[in-house]
Design a protein. Structure first.
Length: 102
């Protein structure tokens, strides 16, 4: 975190990215597959898991906003990556969502 002087707003604290988005996605998927998937897949199918890729901490919710919000309560500086439990993608466009492995 750093402080920046913004004209007419004063000094604000700004979270500066420490990793490229591709690294956050790769780390998030690795943490999910290695540490979390087996714990959540049977009881939380279709829910969202948001993961702090720096700590491995995670939260589960019915939406990205709920899961990420819960995680940020515990870890305000979290670099968050989210996944839908049991699906290969967080969202889908058109048709029906595919289950993981289809």
């Amino acid at each position: 975190m750093s402080e920046r002087q913004i004209p007419s707003l004063g000094v604000m604290t700004v979270n500066e990215p420490t990793r490229p988005k591709s690294d956050v996605a790769r780390l998030g998927d690795e943490i999910y597959q290695r540490d979390i998937r087996s714990k959540v897949e049977t009881r939380h199918h279709g829910e969202i898991v948001s993961i702090d890729v720096d700590s491995g901490d995670y939260a589960i919710g019915g939406s990205v906003v709920a899961a990420a919000g819960e995680l940020r309560v515990r870890r305000p500086e979290a670099r968050v990556w989210s996944v839908r439990v049991g699906y290969p993608a967080l969202r889908h466009f058109g048709g029906r969502p595919l289950l993981r492995g289809q």
